[in-house]
Unconditional design. Sequence first.
Length: 83
Amino acid sequence: MSPLVVRARVGSLWCQKCGRLLCEAHRNQHSCEMEMQELERRRRVDVDAIREGIKRQEEEKEQRAADADALKRAEAGAKAARY
């Protein structure tokens, strides 16, 4: 294969998760170890852990929004004080 063809098709010849270069004959049969580990991890997680993770993510999102709002108000106050 020419380098131009390989460059254009690198997404189909390369596994983005594990970084392996796959040949044309075996790229559809590839079983990625990273993907298998992620599936196994998801199988072991129980419902309560998932709910707790979602709740934690929502709390972190709210905290980031509050911090960003406080920063905007502080910047607006500093800008108003200059004028």
